[in-house]
Design a protein around this ligand. Structure first.
Ligand code: DC
Length: 237
């Protein structure tokens, strides 16, 4: 059977999404640290293949934004889990809606980046977001980007890509996007990298069967071409 058919076969769909029995969904997993180019690559690959783009980082950012607005304790797992479970998050291409409001710009603020890194360490937050992500990806063909897509959210993905780039290049890219100073971004990035890599639950790491691509000095189109080529080799196109 061609892999492309798996996600469409209702017999392979889970009865409950949280049971741990979910299908080998048509998910291309793109993981890696901030600034490695995941968003641009995932969006372009999704466009090229006609898949839906899922930005899991935007969901953790929504939890952080809601927690800030509710003045909740960002370091309290139970409180953050409650916030995470209470949210209505809608992702529509690049647009992010939280409880009916467009928060696409608000979730990119530096304060939210910092807070998202803090709230995403909590097991209850991760549990809620992973369940939501699994429900989303069970509905079709996705290119999903994040930190734990290939390791936790969708370990059956037929194609897992782990994107990296040097810390300097990652900071340069982020600074160009946000208009912040590169040195400031680099310092904050170092702290977030450490938290992402060292947290107890779903720490950032490549899945054993992921294809690693170091995008330092690589043009976006070249990376996209490589991922589309890998998808073709695996019968996903
Ligand atoms: O990719 P991003 O910078 O938008 O992610 C925001 C934060 O969420 C970042 O600190 C890492 C965290 N995150 C995560 O823990 N797991 C994911 N699958 C995606 C993001």
């Amino acid at each position: 059977m061609r892999l492309a058919k798996l996600g469409a076969d209702p017999a392979r769909r889970p009865r409950t999404y949280d049971s741990g029995h979910y299908p080998a969904a048509m998910v291309i997993a793109i993981d890696g640290p901030a600034g490695a180019g995941k968003s641009s690559v995932a969006r372009a690959v999704a466009g090229a293949l006609g898949f839906v783009y899922l930005d899991s980082g935007a969901m953790y950012r929504c939890v952080a934004l809601a927690a800030i607005e509710r003045q909740a304790d960002l370091d309290d797992d139970a409180a953050m889990g409650e916030v995470a479970r209470s949210l209505a998050i809608r992702l529509d291409g690049g647009r992010v809606e939280l409880d009916g409001s467009d928060v696409s710009a608000a979730i990119r603020r530096p304060q939210v980046s910092e807070s998202a890194s803090r709230v995403s360490v909590h097991p209850h937050v991760r549990e809620a977001m992973v369940a939501l992500q699994r429900r989303m990806i069970a509905t079709g063909s996705f290119v999903a980007e994040g930190r734990d897509i290939g390791t936790v959210v969708s370990p059956e993905s037929p194609l897992k890509v782990f994107l990296t780039a040097s810390p300097q290049e990652r900071a340069r890219r982020r600074a160009a996007q946000t208009g912040e100073e590169e040195a400031v971004v680099l310092a904050a990035q170092r702290e977030r990298d450490e938290r992402d890599e060292c947290r107890e639950h779903s720490a950032l790491r490549a899945a054993p069967d992921a294809v690693e691509i170091d995008t330092t000095g690589m043009a976006l189109e070249v990376v996209v071409e490589r991922v589309v080529e890998l998808a073709g080799e695996r019968g996903l196109t």
